[in-house]
Design a protein around this ligand. Sequence first.
Ligand code: ZN
Length: 211
Amino acid sequence: MKIYDISMSVFYDMPVYKKKAAKRPVLNVESDFISGAVYETKLEMNMHTGTHIDAPLHMLEDGYTIDKLDLKKVITTCKVFDFKHVEGKISQEHLEEKNISAGDFIILKTKNSYEDILEGEFIYLDKQGAEYLRNKKIIGVGIDALGIERAQPNHETHTLLLGEGIVILEGLRLKEVEEAEYLLVAAPINVVGAEAAPVRAVLIKQQAVPL
Ligand SMILES: [Zn+2]
């Protein structure tokens, strides 16, 4: 069994969405072995920093929250598709070349995983691409960008997907992962009432073992 860690490391100088200072995680040591008998740290972090899942409340006023997420949607087989040669954005024309079926969780590997463009002009999924995936009735989509879209009016990619209950997994690191089917384990921490939550996401590949 091979485990691929596809999560971002969390630290103050990590890449954050559009380099916004408010998105930086702040760690405060509240007790150490000089001030006390135990070591304890407080973490202050926006839910959309690093690898995370968006729940529908992120974009829809009456959308459900992350604690209501069915874990079967994020602990599931998934298909990683290689789009590393695509420039700018992923659209319907790119997705049509791949084998996508109802009930799939798909992960989009782009050149974001290779280049240091996470904070600016990252590759994203456009509206036509989101509509195509919605019509295919997928259950979830992941991407190696800090947002699944950027600079789109009314956050149309997010709204289209979350409106259909399609899980959005953002902030993946996919450099070491090739196009194939894997088991995805991407359970978010269970924060009651939140619109998103951090995830330690992994892909698992089962090796065929002779008996
Ligand atoms: Zn998000």
